[in-house]
Design a protein around this ligand. Sequence first.
Ligand code: SAH
Length: 328
Amino acid sequence: MDEREIIRLLDDAEATAGLCARADRERRRVHGDVVHLRAIVEFSNRCVGRCAYCGLRCDNDLVSRYDLSWETVIERAGCAAADGFRTIVLQSGEHPGLDVEGLGQTVAAIKERFDVAVTLSVGEWPREVYRAWREAGADRYLLKLEAADRELYGTLHPGMSWENRRRCIDDLLALGYETGSGNIVGLPGQTAEHLAADILDWARTPYDMISVSPLIPAAGTPLGDLDPPPIDRVLRVLALGRLVAPGAHMPSTTAMCVYGRQARARAMRSGANVIMIDYTPREAAAAYEIYERAACGSTESCRECTAATLDELGLSVGRGRGGGIRRR
Ligand code: SAH
C-alpha cells in the first residue's frame, strides 16, 4: 500500500467495514484466534514530561504522585502470574529519580520467580541503561513514537526531541528488545498525511508491537477540552496497521473503552490481538490518570469483561508468552 492509497482509506468513512474485515482476516491468518493478555503494573506516576495530552505531565497539580515499593511490584507480578498471565508490563512516567538499579533487580527477581516475559515502558533513557535492564532480563520495551511527523511531534512534546525518541527506539531494537511503538489518533492538527506517516513507519520498522489509541482528553492538560476522535477513524488506523505489519502484536487499548463496552470488541475485529489488564493496586491506579478511565475499575471486573468479550467473539486466550513473530 502506498501513501496515496493509505490517505484515501483514512479519509473514507465508507471504507471502514471493508478495511476492518480485511484486517480481521489478516489477524486470523497470522495469529490465529488467540488473544494474548498482558498484566500491567503502573509503578509510579512521577514524570518530568510535558506531553500535551498526558494527565501525568509534571505541571498537572490535580495528580497526587506515588511510587510503589519494588516489593509491591513483585507481589503484583506474582498475582498476575498466579492468574495465568505470561507477560508483565512495568510502566511509569518519565521518572526524574527512578532507581535504575532497583528496577533492574526487580526485573531479575520477577524473571527468576515467575515464568513470564517482562516488558518495560518507562520512557527515554541512554543506551547503557537500556542495556543494563536487558541484561537483567527485560524482554520487551514499549516506547511509542507517538507521531512520525517531526513537526506534529514537536507541537505536542515541549522540551523533548523527536530525534532522541527515534534514537531510543533504534537502541532498543539493536539491543534485542521486542520493541513496541504506536501513535495517538485525534491529536490537534493531525491530518491524514500525518497518520499515513505513522503507518508507513510501522511498515518500515521491525516493531514487534504497535499500539493505536484514541486521544482521551485528560483533565488538567492543554487538550482537556477536546473530544475523542470518531471511533471509525481509530479503527481504520488500527486496521491499516494490521495490514502493513501483519506480525505485530496490537492491543485493543483500554483507551477504547471511552466509546463504551462494545468498542474493545470492535477493535478485536479490526486487527487487534492483545488486551492489557491493570494489576496496579487499586489506590495507586486511581492516581495513574494518563487519562480518565472507564468506570469499570477493578482488575477483577476488567478480567470478567474481557473474558465475556473474547467468548462472544469466539477468541481464546493464548497460553504462551505471546512473543514477537516479526522477522528481523
Ligand atoms: N512515560 C512512558 C509511558 C507513557 S504512558 C513513555 O513515555 O513511554 C503510555 C502511553 O499512553 C503513551 O505512549 C501515550 O501514547 C498514551 N497516552 C498518554 N496520554 C494519553 C491520552 N490522553 N490519550 C490517549 N493516549 C494517551
